[in-house]
Design a protein around this ligand. Structure first.
Ligand code: MN
Length: 334
Protein backbone atom coordinates (compact mmCIF):
# COMPACT_ATOMS: atom_id res chain seq x y z
CA UNK A 1 0.00 0.00 0.00
CA UNK A 2 1.17 3.52 -0.73
CA UNK A 3 0.01 4.60 2.70
CA UNK A 4 -1.93 7.51 1.22
CA UNK A 5 -5.55 7.69 2.21
CA UNK A 6 -7.98 8.22 -0.62
CA UNK A 7 -11.73 8.39 -0.57
CA UNK A 8 -12.39 5.21 -2.52
CA UNK A 9 -15.82 4.74 -4.13
CA UNK A 10 -16.37 1.35 -5.75
CA UNK A 11 -18.90 1.71 -8.54
CA UNK A 12 -19.96 -1.74 -9.80
CA UNK A 13 -20.83 -3.70 -6.69
CA UNK A 14 -23.47 -6.41 -6.73
CA UNK A 15 -26.10 -7.33 -4.18
CA UNK A 16 -29.21 -9.52 -4.29
CA UNK A 17 -32.59 -9.41 -2.60
CA UNK A 18 -34.42 -12.44 -1.17
CA UNK A 19 -37.16 -11.88 -3.77
CA UNK A 20 -34.63 -11.97 -6.63
CA UNK A 21 -33.02 -15.12 -5.18
CA UNK A 22 -36.41 -16.86 -4.91
CA UNK A 23 -37.37 -15.92 -8.46
CA UNK A 24 -34.00 -17.18 -9.73
CA UNK A 25 -34.55 -20.49 -7.92
CA UNK A 26 -37.96 -20.85 -9.59
CA UNK A 27 -36.35 -20.03 -12.96
CA UNK A 28 -33.67 -22.68 -12.42
CA UNK A 29 -36.29 -25.25 -11.34
CA UNK A 30 -38.32 -24.89 -14.55
CA UNK A 31 -35.43 -24.62 -17.02
CA UNK A 32 -34.60 -27.82 -18.88
CA UNK A 33 -31.93 -26.71 -21.36
CA UNK A 34 -28.60 -24.96 -20.80
CA UNK A 35 -28.83 -21.20 -20.58
CA UNK A 36 -25.68 -19.34 -19.54
CA UNK A 37 -27.46 -16.73 -17.43
CA UNK A 38 -29.45 -19.42 -15.62
CA UNK A 39 -26.19 -21.33 -15.14
CA UNK A 40 -24.80 -18.22 -13.43
CA UNK A 41 -27.98 -17.98 -11.37
CA UNK A 42 -27.13 -21.46 -10.11
CA UNK A 43 -23.90 -20.07 -8.69
CA UNK A 44 -25.64 -16.98 -7.31
CA UNK A 45 -28.23 -19.08 -5.45
CA UNK A 46 -26.07 -22.08 -4.48
CA UNK A 47 -25.83 -21.09 -0.82
CA UNK A 48 -22.04 -20.69 -0.99
CA UNK A 49 -19.81 -17.66 -0.57
CA UNK A 50 -21.27 -15.77 -3.56
CA UNK A 51 -24.83 -16.16 -2.23
CA UNK A 52 -23.80 -15.12 1.26
CA UNK A 53 -21.92 -12.08 0.01
CA UNK A 54 -24.68 -11.00 -2.39
CA UNK A 55 -27.28 -11.04 0.39
CA UNK A 56 -25.11 -9.35 3.01
CA UNK A 57 -24.85 -5.59 3.27
CA UNK A 58 -24.43 -5.07 7.03
CA UNK A 59 -21.64 -7.46 8.01
CA UNK A 60 -18.89 -9.08 5.96
CA UNK A 61 -19.19 -6.57 3.10
CA UNK A 62 -18.58 -3.55 5.34
CA UNK A 63 -15.79 -5.40 7.15
CA UNK A 64 -13.96 -6.05 3.88
CA UNK A 65 -14.53 -2.45 2.78
CA UNK A 66 -13.08 -1.25 6.11
CA UNK A 67 -10.06 -3.56 5.89
CA UNK A 68 -9.31 -2.37 2.35
CA UNK A 69 -10.08 1.31 2.87
CA UNK A 70 -13.16 1.42 0.63
CA UNK A 71 -15.25 4.40 1.70
CA UNK A 72 -18.35 3.69 -0.29
CA UNK A 73 -19.88 1.13 -2.64
CA UNK A 74 -22.41 1.88 -5.39
CA UNK A 75 -24.69 -1.16 -5.14
CA UNK A 76 -26.83 -2.65 -7.90
CA UNK A 77 -28.89 -5.83 -8.11
CA UNK A 78 -26.70 -8.59 -9.46
CA UNK A 79 -26.92 -9.55 -13.15
CA UNK A 80 -29.30 -10.31 -14.76
CA UNK A 81 -31.35 -8.15 -12.41
CA UNK A 82 -34.98 -8.78 -13.33
CA UNK A 83 -34.43 -9.17 -17.07
CA UNK A 84 -34.95 -12.94 -17.23
CA UNK A 85 -38.36 -12.77 -15.55
CA UNK A 86 -41.89 -12.32 -16.87
CA UNK A 87 -42.90 -8.61 -16.95
CA UNK A 88 -45.14 -8.61 -13.85
CA UNK A 89 -42.68 -10.58 -11.77
CA UNK A 90 -39.85 -8.38 -13.06
CA UNK A 91 -41.71 -5.21 -12.06
CA UNK A 92 -42.48 -6.56 -8.58
CA UNK A 93 -38.90 -7.65 -7.91
CA UNK A 94 -37.51 -4.37 -9.26
CA UNK A 95 -39.86 -2.31 -7.07
CA UNK A 96 -39.21 -4.27 -3.87
CA UNK A 97 -35.50 -4.30 -4.72
CA UNK A 98 -35.37 -0.52 -5.09
CA UNK A 99 -37.24 -0.12 -1.79
CA UNK A 100 -34.75 -2.43 -0.09
CA UNK A 101 -31.80 -0.61 -1.65
CA UNK A 102 -33.13 2.74 -0.43
CA UNK A 103 -33.47 1.22 3.07
CA UNK A 104 -29.89 -0.06 2.95
CA UNK A 105 -28.66 3.41 2.01
CA UNK A 106 -30.73 4.97 4.81
CA UNK A 107 -29.07 2.57 7.28
CA UNK A 108 -25.57 3.32 5.93
CA UNK A 109 -25.76 6.72 4.23
CA UNK A 110 -22.00 7.24 4.18
CA UNK A 111 -21.17 3.73 2.94
CA UNK A 112 -23.60 3.02 0.13
CA UNK A 113 -25.15 4.61 -2.92
CA UNK A 114 -27.27 2.63 -5.36
CA UNK A 115 -28.48 2.09 -8.90
CA UNK A 116 -32.13 1.34 -9.58
CA UNK A 117 -33.40 -1.83 -11.23
CA UNK A 118 -36.18 -1.36 -13.79
CA UNK A 119 -38.43 -3.82 -15.66
CA UNK A 120 -37.05 -3.07 -19.12
CA UNK A 121 -39.53 -5.61 -20.58
CA UNK A 122 -42.35 -3.08 -20.02
CA UNK A 123 -40.99 0.37 -20.99
CA UNK A 124 -43.84 2.51 -19.57
CA UNK A 125 -43.62 0.71 -16.22
CA UNK A 126 -39.80 0.84 -16.37
CA UNK A 127 -39.99 4.63 -16.76
CA UNK A 128 -42.44 5.00 -13.86
CA UNK A 129 -40.16 2.94 -11.65
CA UNK A 130 -37.09 4.89 -12.77
CA UNK A 131 -38.81 8.16 -11.86
CA UNK A 132 -39.87 6.80 -8.48
CA UNK A 133 -36.41 5.38 -7.75
CA UNK A 134 -34.63 8.62 -8.63
CA UNK A 135 -37.00 11.31 -7.38
CA UNK A 136 -38.55 9.60 -4.33
CA UNK A 137 -35.97 6.98 -3.30
CA UNK A 138 -33.01 9.21 -4.30
CA UNK A 139 -31.08 6.44 -6.00
CA UNK A 140 -28.08 7.49 -8.08
CA UNK A 141 -28.72 6.02 -11.51
CA UNK A 142 -30.08 2.95 -13.27
CA UNK A 143 -28.51 -0.39 -14.07
CA UNK A 144 -29.56 -2.43 -17.10
CA UNK A 145 -28.03 -5.86 -17.70
CA UNK A 146 -27.51 -5.55 -21.45
CA UNK A 147 -30.02 -7.25 -23.76
CA UNK A 148 -33.63 -7.92 -22.77
CA UNK A 149 -35.14 -10.96 -24.48
CA UNK A 150 -32.51 -10.56 -27.18
CA UNK A 151 -33.29 -6.88 -27.80
CA UNK A 152 -30.97 -3.90 -27.31
CA UNK A 153 -31.70 -0.36 -26.16
CA UNK A 154 -31.15 1.09 -29.65
CA UNK A 155 -34.59 -0.34 -30.62
CA UNK A 156 -37.02 2.57 -30.90
CA UNK A 157 -39.41 1.07 -28.35
CA UNK A 158 -36.73 1.55 -25.67
CA UNK A 159 -35.88 5.16 -26.55
CA UNK A 160 -38.43 6.51 -24.02
CA UNK A 161 -36.34 4.81 -21.30
CA UNK A 162 -33.25 6.62 -22.57
CA UNK A 163 -35.21 9.88 -22.83
CA UNK A 164 -36.40 9.50 -19.23
CA UNK A 165 -32.86 8.91 -17.96
CA UNK A 166 -31.62 11.96 -19.89
CA UNK A 167 -34.55 13.99 -18.54
CA UNK A 168 -33.78 12.96 -14.96
CA UNK A 169 -30.08 13.56 -15.67
CA UNK A 170 -29.04 10.15 -14.32
CA UNK A 171 -26.67 7.64 -15.92
CA UNK A 172 -27.62 4.21 -17.24
CA UNK A 173 -25.01 1.62 -16.33
CA UNK A 174 -25.04 -1.18 -18.92
CA UNK A 175 -23.79 -4.24 -17.07
CA UNK A 176 -22.99 -7.57 -18.77
CA UNK A 177 -24.96 -10.73 -19.16
CA UNK A 178 -24.24 -13.56 -21.60
CA UNK A 179 -24.53 -12.79 -25.34
CA UNK A 180 -28.08 -12.69 -26.68
CA UNK A 181 -29.56 -15.96 -28.00
CA UNK A 182 -29.04 -15.02 -31.66
CA UNK A 183 -25.26 -14.91 -31.23
CA UNK A 184 -24.85 -17.48 -28.49
CA UNK A 185 -24.02 -20.69 -30.34
CA UNK A 186 -20.31 -20.23 -31.11
CA UNK A 187 -19.65 -19.26 -27.49
CA UNK A 188 -20.91 -22.53 -26.01
CA UNK A 189 -17.76 -24.57 -26.47
CA UNK A 190 -15.38 -23.68 -23.62
CA UNK A 191 -18.26 -21.66 -22.02
CA UNK A 192 -16.90 -18.46 -23.54
CA UNK A 193 -20.26 -16.70 -23.08
CA UNK A 194 -19.31 -15.80 -19.51
CA UNK A 195 -17.08 -13.04 -18.13
CA UNK A 196 -13.97 -14.58 -19.67
CA UNK A 197 -14.94 -13.20 -23.12
CA UNK A 198 -18.66 -13.13 -23.96
CA UNK A 199 -19.63 -10.39 -21.50
CA UNK A 200 -17.34 -7.83 -23.12
CA UNK A 201 -18.53 -8.81 -26.60
CA UNK A 202 -22.16 -8.48 -25.51
CA UNK A 203 -21.86 -5.07 -23.81
CA UNK A 204 -19.38 -3.83 -26.40
CA UNK A 205 -21.90 -4.60 -29.13
CA UNK A 206 -24.66 -2.96 -27.10
CA UNK A 207 -22.62 0.21 -26.69
CA UNK A 208 -21.63 0.32 -30.37
CA UNK A 209 -25.28 -0.12 -31.41
CA UNK A 210 -26.17 2.90 -29.25
CA UNK A 211 -23.29 4.89 -30.76
CA UNK A 212 -24.52 4.12 -34.30
CA UNK A 213 -28.24 4.67 -33.61
CA UNK A 214 -28.40 8.46 -33.39
CA UNK A 215 -29.69 8.29 -29.83
CA UNK A 216 -27.00 10.72 -28.67
CA UNK A 217 -28.12 13.30 -31.23
CA UNK A 218 -31.67 12.90 -29.93
CA UNK A 219 -30.65 13.04 -26.22
CA UNK A 220 -27.29 14.85 -26.12
CA UNK A 221 -26.98 14.72 -22.33
CA UNK A 222 -27.73 10.97 -22.04
CA UNK A 223 -24.94 9.37 -19.99
CA UNK A 224 -24.08 5.67 -20.30
CA UNK A 225 -21.60 3.89 -18.04
CA UNK A 226 -19.94 0.61 -18.95
CA UNK A 227 -17.54 -1.46 -16.87
CA UNK A 228 -14.52 -3.67 -17.43
CA UNK A 229 -12.29 -0.86 -18.71
CA UNK A 230 -14.77 0.00 -21.44
CA UNK A 231 -15.54 -3.52 -22.72
CA UNK A 232 -12.74 -3.27 -25.32
CA UNK A 233 -14.17 -0.15 -26.98
CA UNK A 234 -11.39 2.32 -26.04
CA UNK A 235 -8.91 0.08 -27.89
CA UNK A 236 -11.18 0.03 -30.97
CA UNK A 237 -12.08 3.72 -31.28
CA UNK A 238 -9.71 4.55 -34.12
CA UNK A 239 -11.11 1.83 -36.36
CA UNK A 240 -14.71 2.58 -35.40
CA UNK A 241 -14.24 6.20 -36.44
CA UNK A 242 -12.28 5.38 -39.58
CA UNK A 243 -14.75 2.80 -40.88
CA UNK A 244 -17.72 4.93 -39.91
CA UNK A 245 -16.32 7.82 -41.97
CA UNK A 246 -15.12 5.84 -45.00
CA UNK A 247 -17.73 3.07 -45.29
CA UNK A 248 -21.02 4.53 -44.07
CA UNK A 249 -23.09 1.59 -45.40
CA UNK A 250 -26.65 1.41 -44.04
CA UNK A 251 -26.35 3.56 -40.94
CA UNK A 252 -28.03 6.76 -39.73
CA UNK A 253 -26.20 10.01 -40.39
CA UNK A 254 -24.69 11.32 -37.18
CA UNK A 255 -23.59 14.79 -36.11
CA UNK A 256 -20.44 13.53 -34.39
CA UNK A 257 -18.08 10.59 -34.83
CA UNK A 258 -18.59 7.44 -32.73
CA UNK A 259 -15.45 8.33 -30.80
CA UNK A 260 -16.74 11.83 -30.06
CA UNK A 261 -19.98 10.42 -28.64
CA UNK A 262 -18.03 7.85 -26.66
CA UNK A 263 -15.93 10.58 -25.05
CA UNK A 264 -18.91 12.89 -24.48
CA UNK A 265 -21.68 10.48 -23.46
CA UNK A 266 -19.97 7.47 -21.90
CA UNK A 267 -17.97 6.85 -18.78
CA UNK A 268 -16.18 3.59 -18.00
CA UNK A 269 -15.24 1.78 -14.83
CA UNK A 270 -12.22 -0.37 -14.03
CA UNK A 271 -14.37 -3.24 -12.68
CA UNK A 272 -12.58 -6.56 -12.89
CA UNK A 273 -9.62 -5.17 -14.85
CA UNK A 274 -6.80 -4.42 -12.43
CA UNK A 275 -4.31 -3.89 -15.22
CA UNK A 276 -2.12 -0.82 -15.76
CA UNK A 277 -1.61 -1.03 -19.57
CA UNK A 278 -5.38 -0.99 -20.12
CA UNK A 279 -5.84 1.89 -17.68
CA UNK A 280 -3.05 3.89 -19.33
CA UNK A 281 -4.68 3.44 -22.74
CA UNK A 282 -8.06 4.51 -21.36
CA UNK A 283 -6.58 7.62 -19.72
CA UNK A 284 -4.91 8.50 -23.05
CA UNK A 285 -7.96 8.01 -25.27
CA UNK A 286 -10.81 9.02 -22.93
CA UNK A 287 -9.18 11.26 -20.34
CA UNK A 288 -9.14 10.57 -16.61
CA UNK A 289 -12.45 12.41 -16.16
CA UNK A 290 -14.36 9.51 -17.74
CA UNK A 291 -12.97 6.64 -15.65
CA UNK A 292 -14.24 5.37 -12.29
CA UNK A 293 -12.80 2.73 -10.00
CA UNK A 294 -14.76 -0.46 -9.23
CA UNK A 295 -14.19 -3.86 -7.67
CA UNK A 296 -17.04 -6.05 -9.00
CA UNK A 297 -17.63 -7.51 -5.53
CA UNK A 298 -18.36 -10.31 -4.77
CA UNK A 299 -17.13 -11.77 -8.06
CA UNK A 300 -13.64 -10.28 -7.78
CA UNK A 301 -11.44 -9.26 -4.89
CA UNK A 302 -11.58 -5.93 -3.08
CA UNK A 303 -8.01 -6.14 -1.75
CA UNK A 304 -6.50 -6.65 -5.19
CA UNK A 305 -8.50 -3.87 -6.85
CA UNK A 306 -7.58 -1.44 -4.06
CA UNK A 307 -3.89 -2.27 -3.94
CA UNK A 308 -3.64 -2.13 -7.72
CA UNK A 309 -4.92 1.43 -8.10
CA UNK A 310 -3.12 2.57 -4.92
CA UNK A 311 0.16 1.49 -6.45
CA UNK A 312 -0.56 2.45 -10.08
CA UNK A 313 2.08 4.94 -11.29
CA UNK A 314 -0.36 7.52 -12.67
CA UNK A 315 -0.75 11.23 -11.84
CA UNK A 316 -2.07 11.84 -8.31
CA UNK A 317 -4.79 14.10 -9.66
CA UNK A 318 -5.95 11.37 -12.05
CA UNK A 319 -5.98 8.86 -9.21
CA UNK A 320 -8.21 11.12 -7.11
CA UNK A 321 -10.58 11.46 -10.06
CA UNK A 322 -10.72 7.71 -10.68
CA UNK A 323 -11.03 6.73 -7.01
CA UNK A 324 -13.83 9.15 -6.15
CA UNK A 325 -14.24 12.54 -7.85
CA UNK A 326 -15.75 11.21 -11.08
CA UNK A 327 -18.16 8.96 -9.19
CA UNK A 328 -19.22 11.92 -7.02
CA UNK A 329 -19.97 13.94 -10.17
CA UNK A 330 -21.52 11.22 -12.36
CA UNK A 331 -23.61 9.51 -9.65
CA UNK A 332 -24.22 12.72 -7.68
CA UNK A 333 -22.72 11.39 -4.46
CA UNK A 334 -22.20 13.95 -1.70
MN1 MN B 1 -20.34 -6.86 -12.30
Amino acid sequence: MSGKQYRRIATEEAFATPEQMEALRRLIARSSTYDPDTFLAGMQTSGGQITRRLLDVDGERLRIMDECGVSMAVLAMTSTGVQQFEPDEAAHIAETGNDRLADIIRRHPTRYAGLATIPVQDPPRAIREMERAITRLKLNGVMINSHTNGEYLDEKKYWPILEAAAGLDVPIYIHPRAPSPAMAAPYRKYQLEHAIWGYAVEVGLHAVKLLMSGVFDQYPNLRVVIGHMGENIPYALYRLDWMHAHYPFDRPKLKLTPGEYFRRNFAITTSGVNWLPALELCIKVLGADNIMWAVDYPYQETAEATRWLDEAPIAEDDKEKIFHRNAERIFRIA
